[in-house]
Write a protein that binds this ligand. Structure first.
Ligand SMILES: [Zn+2]
Length: 225
């Protein structure tokens, strides 16, 4: 299923405008009024190490920002705030700046690749009313100017708990057998996720995709723990 612009995007934006009037944005880092993350704080967001080790089964990975920076944690937890869209403009600004400073590898621009967001478990999507990883994939595609379409090819089975609720060692077990394929897999895929921590989620996604026929599996994450 390819993702396009929804004709209903206008209404959520109107709702956001009204909420901005009732609850004016405040910088979540320094308290400046008028922004969810002000320009001064955006300029000091910490970048991740440039050549991180790729998880098992992943040919190459790009992680842009350091999860140890509290501002990055705020940006990747935007669904906790009153609007999941509150931080998208800040994400676009940061990613656009990042790609100007750090050129992307050639694999990111492969026209035969597809971008696959690591979707949240269905129960989480229902709780948030939004799939933040799908929106992040759209933000990354826009900011980096990637040619590939976004395809929700990896489904997620119901039984797994959210990794954030688990201890470190429980995460690898939790992600085992949590993905299913929703359509045919092309040879070249690029996974999109918000945070790379242990790499267990990306490794399991890569395993399922390779079983389905993928030969080159890459990943882009907004942050790295
Ligand atoms: Zn600030």
């Amino acid at each position: 299923m390819a993702i396009g612009l929804s004709p209903m995007r206008f209404l959520p934006r109107l709702k956001d405008r009204l909420l901005d009037i009732i609850y004016p944005p405040i910088c979540q880092s320094c308290g400046t009024m008028g922004f969810w993350l002000c320009d001064t704080c955006l300029m000091t967001v910490e970048e991740a190490v440039l050549t991180p080790e790729a998880p098992e089964g992943i040919n190459g990975v790009i992680s842009c920002f350091a999860y140890s920076d509290p501002k990055v944690r705020t940006l990747t937890a935007s669904y906790k705030y009153r609007s999941a869209r509150a931080f998208e403009a800040a994400q676009v600004t940061l990613l656009t700046h990042w790609v100007q400073q750090n050129s992307l590898p050639l694999w990111a621009f492969s026209e035969s690749a597809i971008l696959i967001p690591i979707l949240s478990p269905e129960s989480r999507i229902a709780t948030r009313g939004i799939n933040h990883t799908l929106r992040l994939a759209q933000t990354i595609k826009q900011s980096f100017g990637l040619p590939s379409p976004i395809v929700t090819l990896l489904g997620r089975l119901e039984h797994d708990k959210h990794n954030a609720e688990l201890e470190h060692e429980e995460r690898a077990q939790n992600v085992a057998q949590t993905f299913c394929l929703l359509s045919a897999v092309p040879k070249h895929v690029i996974l999109i996720d918000d945070v790379l921590t242990t790499g267990a989620t990306l490794a399991e996604a890569a395993r399922v995709l390779r079983e389905g026929g993928a030969e080159q599996v890459y990943a882009i994450t907004f942050a790295r723990g």
